[in-house]
Write a protein that binds this ligand. Structure first.
Ligand code: SAM
Length: 218
């Protein structure tokens, strides 16, 4: 049975995290911010190199493990990059607390934890509900870049995205991977798969059968 005082404690802890994330986001995101986002940025190798070669983009890496974020921040400081931030945050909470007018242009999810056992699949980040929430934060022309060395996770992600109401997978080779820099997990992988997805285009209003502008119709 649930212990009400422990539940209240948990809810208060989550609310405190939300408050602190909102405060951090307010410090780094200007109004109507457009940013490049990495979920599970680990020690920050990829995003540091990316931010260095894209100095006009605001780059934000998040990771759930504090010690990794600290290492990433040290890397950022050594490179003196003002356009790069690493935040200790869980992806869902970070997405949920983003200001309403903030959108991402590129989202990188590179070698996320594969959770190979069926009973652990619920912990995977590439879930339909999370992908729907992420799509709501996508700006015009946004792209999602996913890479993994675990073939079953790649296949499952491809299936989830292909049947997803908010995402289209780009066909192989139709767009290049925008930036290459080996991540820690990539360096250990004998091979890997990548995919690029974009938010579904809004469907255009079908032309009216009379060929008249709608506002002239009775
Ligand atoms: C397998 S590592 C890959 C790290 C890095 N992308 C790389 O390729 O070397 C996965 C990373 O995702 C982080 N992570 C896992 N679940 C997360 C979540 N829900 N929110 C944010 N980070 C998460 C882990 O702490 C870990 O650093």
């Amino acid at each position: 049975m649930e212990n009400p005082s422990r539940t209240a404690e948990y809810l208060e802890r989550m609310e405190a995290r939300r408050r602190s994330l909102r405060a951090r986001q307010a410090q780094i995101l200007p109004p109507q911010a457009r940013f490049t986002w990495e979920i599970g940025s680990g020690h920050g190798h990829f995003l540091t190199a990316y931010a260095q070669s894209h100095p006009t983009e605001l780059c934000i890496g998040i990771d759930i493990i504090g010690e990794r974020v600290e290492r990433a921040l040290r890397k950022r400081d050594r490179a003196s990059l003002a356009n790069l931030h690493f935040i200790h945050a869980e992806a869902r909470l970070f997405q949920e607390t983003l200001p309403a007018d903030a959108t991402f242009s590129r989202l990188f999810i590179l070698f996320p934890d594969p959770w190979p056992k069926l009973r652990h699949h619920k912990h995977r980040i590439m879930q339909p509900d999370f992908l729907a929430a992420v799509a709501a934060r996508a700006g015009a022309g946004a792209r999602l870049y996913f890479r993994t060395d675990f073939t079953p996770y790649y296949d499952d992600t491809k299936a989830v995205l292909s049947s997803h109401p908010n995402w289209d997978i780009l066909s192989d080779g139709s767009e290049p991977w925008p930036f290459e820099h080996e991540t820690v997990f990539q360096a250990r992988a004998p091979s890997y798969h990548s995919l690029i997805a974009r938010p579904k285009q809004p469907t255009t209003t079908p032309p009216n059968p009379l060929g008249e502008p709608l506002d002239t119709l009775p």
